[in-house]
Write a protein that binds this ligand. Structure first.
Ligand code: V47
Length: 373
């Protein structure tokens, strides 16, 4: 039988194919990769949502988290040529490019900060002329601008890889320096898809999977918490999706520092993979449910609303997600440049809370480490 042929949506097929998986989930046992691949094929979405909800309630009860945050994207001039990216530019002379100085970053942070903000997310590009020492100075300067209670979550593993190498420092030395200057956590970007063959097709010159995982390993050894992501809905197969999840689950078994996993849906406007179109809602929801069920050792599953849009985000809550990210305050362009419906993402705390309540969950404002505020 073709393992990806849709399985008919009947009670008897459910008992036959999925009941052993359901029993495992109810007993709190770990799913195998084969079971995860099989679930990605499940057309009984009601059943899948119910199953993901068992795991999400065991870990998070009926709470759904959000924070008050903004992003800083210091530059979009990037060395890497990822084919899915609509954000990058070759040089600062190109139309739509920017490269802020540290003073400009600080001015922006002063302008965006307001009481209530608990996190600033700093990420952008791998700027060819900026190394670790530039970013250490940037964090140091931001630390002066921001109140001490505001966490700085900064730099994907790919950015950290290049900034350390170009300064002649090891990843551990670089992370120690950034932490000393005020870095609190690391976002999950740059993971894309770990499979080497597919990675070479969609982001050929990017930090490889092993290095991405090893940088997060080093961060965890130093007590720096981080997130993990997966870019889905382009050329990857269900096996490659589950392989990606498995490598993250294995890493978490070793180092334990991932706090959230974020499936990022490929957005297709204005990049080299535009012809592929985008994953539909049902595939997206299946992937959220399977991520929740498979990653039994990562506490939070984030539905990043600027990428999904508000309605799909609410649906993702019914499929295992327990976090929406934050208020954003019109501070990120990565997804708007790739055609997201939210062109200037901005959500009031009250609207975020209503969105969560309407889906039947309890809104909880959190800090970067999921402590209730
Ligand atoms: O690694 C780039 C993705 C990521 C596109 O840790 C695209 O809390 C879809 O990692 N379509 C960067 N995705 C953003 C990121 C992130 C976002 C929100 C929260 C957190 C967190 C991390 O954005 C990249 C890449 O996977 N990306 N271009 C695109 N066209």
């Amino acid at each position: 039988m073709d393992s990806f042929a849709p399985i008919p949506n009947t009670a008897s097929s459910r008992v036959f194919c999925y009941e052993p998986i359901a029993s495992k989930v109810k007993r709190g046992e770990r799913l195998s990769t084969e079971q995860a691949i099989r679930l990605l094929d499940c057309t009984d979405l009601d059943f899948l949502a119910g199953l993901a909800d068992v795991t999400r309630r065991r870990i998070n009860g009926d709470r759904v988290f959000y924070n008050q945050n903004f992003h800083i994207e210091p530059s979009n001039v990037c060395l890497h040529r990822c084919r899915f990216c609509s954000f990058r530019r070759n040089s600062v002379e190109e139309e739509g490019a920017w490269a802020w100085s540290i003073e400009e970053v600080c001015q922006y942070a002063r302008q965006k900060y307001h009481p209530g903000i608990s996190e600033v997310h700093v990420t952008g590009s791998v700027h060819p002329d900026r190394n670790l020492f530039f970013y250490a100075d940037l964090i140091e300067a931001l630390r002066v601008v921001l109140p001490a209670h505001v966490s700085i979550k900064a730099f994907s593993a790919v950015e950290i890889d290049y900034m350390c190498r170009s300064a002649g420092k090891s990843h551990i030395e670089g992370l120690e320096l950034l932490r000393e200057k005020g870095l609190n956590a690391i976002p999950g970007g740059g993971a894309e898809i770990f499979d080497a063959h597919l990675r070479s097709q969609i982001c050929p010159d990017k930090t490889d999977a092993q290095t991405w995982l090893s940088i997060h390993d080093s961060a965890h050894q130093l007590g720096i918490a981080s997130n993990a992501t997966m870019l889905f809905g382009h050329l990857e197969s269900p096996e490659q999706q589950v392989d990606h999840l498995e490598r993250i689950r294995n890493q978490q078994d070793k180092s334990g520092g991932f706090i959230a996993f974020i499936p990022l849906k490929y957005k297709s406007a204005r990049n080299e993979l535009s012809h592929l179109g985008e994953a539909d809602l049902l595939h997206t929801l299946r992937l959220f449910a399977v991520s929740r069920l498979f990653l039994d050792n990562i506490p939070h599953l984030k539905a990043y609303w600027p990428m999904l849009g508000k309605e799909a985000t609410q649906m993702a809550l019914l499929f295992g997600a327990d976090d929406l990210d934050g208020t954003i305050r019109q501070s990120t362009k990565i997804y708007s440049m790739a055609g997201a419906e939210e062109q200037n993402p901005d959500m009031d705390k009250g609207v975020l809370r209503n969105l969560i309540r309407t889906a039947g969950y309890l809104p909880v404002e959190r800090d970067s480490f999921y402590r209730e505020l």
